[in-house]
Every structure is written in C-alpha cells, then in structure tokens.
Design a protein around this ligand. Sequence first.
Ligand code: AGP
Length: 606
Amino acid sequence: MCGITGYVGKRQSLPIVMDQLKRLEYRGYDSSGVALLENGSVHVLKSVGKIRALQDMVERFETQSTTGIGHTRWATHGAPSDANAHPHMDCTGRFAVVHNGIIENYLELREELQMLGHQFKSETDTEVLSHLVEELYEGDLVQTVEETIKKVHGSYAMAVVSNQAKNRIVVARNQSPLVIGLGDGEMFLASDIPAVMPYTRRVLLLEDGDVAIMERDHVEVRHGGKAVERPPFEVTWDEGSAEKAGYEHFMLKEIHEQPQVIRNTLRGRIDDEGTVHIRELEPLEEAIRGAKRVVIAACGTAYHAGCVGKLFMERMLRVPVEIDLASEFRYREPIVDEETLGIVVSQSGETADTLAALREMKGRGAKVVAVVNVVGSSIAREADVPVYTWAGPEICVASTKAYTTQLAVMYLLGLHFANVRGVALEETARLTKELETIPDCVATLMERDDEVERIAATLTEKEDFFFLGRGMDFAVSLEGALKLKEITYLHAEAYAAGEMKHGPLALISPDVPVICLVTSERLREKMISNIKEMKARGGCCLGFLLEGDLQTEQVVDSTFRLPVVDELLMPILSVVPLQMLAYFLARDLGREIDQPRNLAKSVTVE
Ligand code: AGP
C-alpha cells in the first residue's frame, strides 16, 4: 500500500502535493517524493524516511510549478532507499511516474527493456512503467499510457507527468484505488478521499481499467480507448472517518481488509499446477531438505501465529518443531545448530527480542527465515530470507490483518517445505486447494459482524473471561484472549481445555464467560466433556463451532457458526469473530481502540 497525490491548477502545486502526502502517510511511510513540471522540465525530489525528510528538502527548493505529483511509499519490491523512492524517471528525464500496487510481470518487462538499452536505477517494479512509457511514446502521452497498461499484469494506480504534456497529469488504475477531486479551475489526485477533502468535496472515483487525463478545467476519463462518463459524487463524511475509509476505527478497517490482504499473501506463491512454491526460498533449499528440526521464535500475536505454524509444520513434515517466546529464547541456551531451520515472525520487523532471537539462531549456525510485514526492516535485512506477509501498514496497535497474513505464510511455509522434502504430497495438494478458498471464506465472515456485535452486547458487565480450545483451537484461544485484554482492559485467560480441571476450574462461575472454540471433529467429544465441566460449575459457554455441529450446539449457551475447511486451516477463520468480539466489546466500553493504554505498536526495547 502506497499513497499517490497530484495537483494541476493555477496555484503552486508543491505545498498542495505535500499537504496531501501528509494526509496519506498512514498508507506508507518509508520514503516519499514529488515530481514537478516547470519551465519545460520535470524536477524530482525524493528521500528515504518519513515525509518530514522530504519536507526539509522541499523547503530549500524554489518553484512556481502548478503541476505536480507525489508519492509516499510502503516498500514492496526493493528496500526503502532514495533510489527506490518514487517518482521514477525514464532514461531521458522526460517522464516521471508514481505507482501504487504490484506489477507482477515486471521482471520479464525489465529484461526486455534492458535488452533495448534502458538503464534502471532502482530495484522497484514501478521503474518498468517509466521506461515502458519512454519506449512506447510517439508524441501522445495519453495513447502511450493506454498502450503501457496493456503490457502490464498486476495491480496499479499510476500517475505520469511529462515535459511533453504541459499542465497535464495522466493517470490509470487497476485494483488499486485512485480518486480525482474536482475543483474550480484545479484538479486534485489521491489514493484516498481524505487527501482531497480539504480542497474539494466533489470527487470522481476511477474504475479498474480507466485512464484519466487531468487538466486545470477538465477531466476526461477513458476506458478501452474510448471516453466514458464517471459521475462525480459529493463527499459528506468528516475527514477523520474518510481516512479510515468510513470505518469508526483503524482496527475495524484492518479486520475488514483481511480477505484482500490474505489474497495478496497467497498471490504468486501457488503455481498454475496448484503447487506452493515460494521463490524467495530457493537459496535455502538444501537447508530445508536437510533440517532435522525447526525452531520458531516471536512475541505477542506473532508468537501465536508461530504456535499455529508449529502444529501445522509438525503435521506436514513429521520433524520436531519448537516454538519459543523470543524474550525467553536466548536465555535458555537453545539447542540450535546447522541442521536447524530457524523461523522468526514479526509484523514490524523491529521487535528487539525477536531480532535478538534471530541473531542467536544465526550465531548457532541455523539458516533463518523471517516472516515479516515491513520490507527493509531490521529483521527482514538480517534474516537469510525474508518471506513477506504483504499485509500493508497496520495502524491499530492490536494486530489483526498482520496475524491472519502471518498464518497464511505459516501455511505456505509448511506446504513449501513438504514439497521440497517430498513428504505428504497428497495432503499438501489438497490443503493448497483449500488454502486458496480462504480469502472468500474470510469475506463471508465480514458480512456477519452483526452476529458478533450482538454477542458482545451481552458481555459488557463481565470482568473476567476464559478462552478454551484444544490443539489448533488452543493456539487461537491465546490470540483471542490477547485481543480482548489489550483493547478492553478486561482480564482474559486462554487455557488448553483439558487443563481446566487441574486448577482454573475453581474460577468458573456464572459471571465468567467461557469462549469455547470447537473446530476439530477429531477433538469434539473431548471438548464437549470439558464444556460440560464448565456448565456443571454454572459457567456460561459461548460456542464458536463448525457449521452443522449440532452435538456441541446442544451443550453451549450460544453459538457462532464457522465455515468449514480442513481443521488445520481453521485458525485463519476462527480468529476473525474473536477479533470482532474484542473490537465490539471495547467499543461498547468506550475504550481507546486504536491506541490502547500502555502499549506501543513496535517494541524496540528488550
Ligand atoms: C498484538 O496485538 C500486539 N500488537 C503485539 O503482541 C505484537 O504482536 C508484538 O509486539 C510483536 O510485534 P511484531 O510482530 O511487530 O514483532
């Protein structure tokens, strides 16, 4: 996720483009840049780091330009750096391009363009766009952009300015958002509505496949080479809610982004034959084949994703897989050597304990894979191979989409390792097929948030909660309980259901809701016995059960029915209503959801 901005009009473009960038900083913040048209030239200013770094640069730059585009980057291809920051220029310095999305065939295009003599300056997929525009340009920029998009596969929102097209911005979109704000004698471009709202409330939303030509007094939208009508609409929301795409909190927005981001995580990692293949892992093939054991370390939510990963990989590979809290790992003299494959999991890629665990693993001779969201972060750089989760920036302190995309990568890793080691091939093929259905299953859960909202409304007087499950369900219980405590400030404890009778049962009373996860047919009978133990002590049991599980339904007090996939994949579905439960309860209690007290998004101290 990156942010694009633009302005064409009578005012100076730079202050407006910069202001819009600041409003879009939540979409990405590892580097930023602008391209300005002035006196027949294209001027590009860009800098690694937050927009503040670019601001320092532009303050020293004299300009009267009235046409400009801007970009704030969330790295995908290529680490954060000055060279990888947008805008990207062609070889002749005539065309500047900003882009949000992923050009899937960029390697092919890059090779072709290099053969034709184009010189690349960055590692980004975007740079192929500026060179393609240069290659295809025959005097008409609009036609050139139309030809360019025919050659690229993937997702893009792009904007081009050129000294060949004065007072014009040409834009195109496919699967990445792009809006045009319609002013009086001026036009504004942005990835999201909040960035145009201070200037105009009349907005035009581009559709996939659209190309638009923005000029001071006119915007023309074209589709398939022909002019089309895109009726503008009036924005009536306030700015704050627009930034959250109309959601009340970033957490809710991020919960709802999950179908799309899980799709992004899987994209390009399952080949046409339906086999998982993670290209980045090719250099580690020998280590994967020869590993005698796997060791995982992480903190918080990422640790919980590791717990699911452990169970999954053990089932697939039949080798011991250990999971450790990163903060404990290096203090217990871990048994790690050259025959160990290490995995660390981190959204931010900067968690101090996880980074230390990674160094400990490497120091003992293990090859280490990092499951990480932030491109170019310390953990991504220090691991032997980073496997990115592609969740996009997560703003809410409480992880939601970071967790489910970590789970998706855990599954991909387990399936990839099984393929490399030539084990459980039939099961691998079946699970891969099922994994591809997960984004749609998650999407169906999004439509049922009202059911969870009703459950939450019955719990606002409660102060203690238990989350129970067995196997994978226990791993998910840990995450459900963490979500609840961090944003509601209520006490919640996750327990392996079979352990309750060894002590915690003493805490069960009608005032303590027990969230019971039952998603394994194999373990159902055992869970029913445990639920009955709670009921006999007056416990109120809320079941999160498989669709069609009438047996468990009879023993619980209320039921949320989950779509059914293989039990190994259930965590990526069953966690979603638990995220929503924490969210609705915290909202009903009036908590500070996106920035809960005492917590920080990235914990860079031990
Ligand atoms: C969970 O909601 C928290 N944000 C926290 O537990 C987090 O998962 C933990 O601090 C690890 O962070 P990381 O993934 O950035 O390493």
